[in-house]
Design a protein around this ligand. Sequence first.
Ligand code: AMO
Length: 439
Amino acid sequence: MQRVLIRDVPSQIGKEVFLQGWVSVRRDHGKLVFLDVRDRSGSVQVVILPNHLESCVAVQDVRNETIISLIGKVNERPVNAKKEGELTGGVEIEALELKILAKGNEELPIDVSPVELDVNLDTLLNNRTVSLRHRKVQAIFKLYSLLLAGYDQACRNEEFLEIKTPKILSSATEGGANFFKIKYFDREAYLAQSPQFYKQAGATTFERVFEIGSVFRAEPHFTSRHVNEYVGLDGEMAFIDGVEDVMAMLEKILFATFASFGEAGQKELDCYLEHFPPQVAIPRIRLSDALQILEKEYGKKVENEDIDGEGERMMSEYVFKTYGSDFVFLTHYPAALRPFYSMPSADGKYTETFDLLFRGVEIASGGQRIHEYQMLIDSIRHKGLDPVQFQDYLNVFRYGAPAHGGWGLGSERIIQKLLGLGSIKEALLYPRDVKRLTP
Ligand code: AMO
């Protein structure tokens, strides 16, 4: 018999179907046994009646999370028994035959049957293959998959070419101290802190490129928004008039990405009682103005002309109150705070750069880049770096490059804020942090 997916069961009333899946919950009511069975497409209630116990004798050994197959008759449920929610409520399966395909050797380390999974972050991650069986945990990764597909398609629709760039590099792209040094045969190498140089090289040849790729950061942070390996959604585009072109493109791609989630995404968001961000024009606010707003509205004084995590939260709150937007572009960061490749503003003190905040957290950085060879060399020197170390990168500009700019989005932070997750680590299957290298 051909397997039927649970989402298709309601169209089979009166017929026999063959199902395979996991038992989410087993309930015994006198002589009746009820099983909530799920597969990748949904869940349905199965009942084992006393007169079928002989052909379903295996049910005796069925526990929560046992993996089974069954043949059953699809019955319409009485209206008053129809349940709302994830269970395919309108129908019930009367099991005729039941087999155990696999069952655990041991008790489950965590109970994944309640609607809310009541475990702390470490337990959730230490028992990842089990916690991933939970409906709400699965929702995170179903949304994540939609995010990757949506971003990919949105970039293609704008004629960005997908590229993949090396993650083992001879020098640290973004400078600073947050790089992982690795042994590369008889030399030292670095894990890529971003695809920055290669995507710029891409934009200066293909005009528009994007990459979905791993990023490694040796940041010794213990925060809810940092991990040491994440997936960046990068974009880079040439022939721009200025940084506004980059922000406008990022805004368009972001909103197109969210729009692509459709009903499938809404179903996952519903598990978290969350909503998509309203597609309101994203305000652009100069960082210096934002800092004044923080002082005036929240009495927050700032040092070094920079904004911290608390300031970002306050700014998001202010922007939502004032403009009804879940996003805000903070623009024109001081040159001292940005990498050497950032295009300086006319005054030389600020840069043509931005950060994009979403519900209180920075989800993207970007800006216009320096595309003139000598200016770039000067900027590298100005940061106290040695242009000799950047020869390959400089070659991109040696023979002429169009004005260009781009962005780097943190994919997991988007999902974290979309679902209101306490930690970014919940949005990674197997997160890496200072302490965690397993599972
Ligand atoms: P930046 O370093 O700001 O910019 O990174 C871009 C975006 O990546 C995400 N991100 C992180 N996510 C999780 N854990 C981390 N440790 C982490 N660090 C960064 C954030 C951030 O906004 N080359 C530039 C981008 C550009 O200008 O195109 C860059 O990498 O969401």
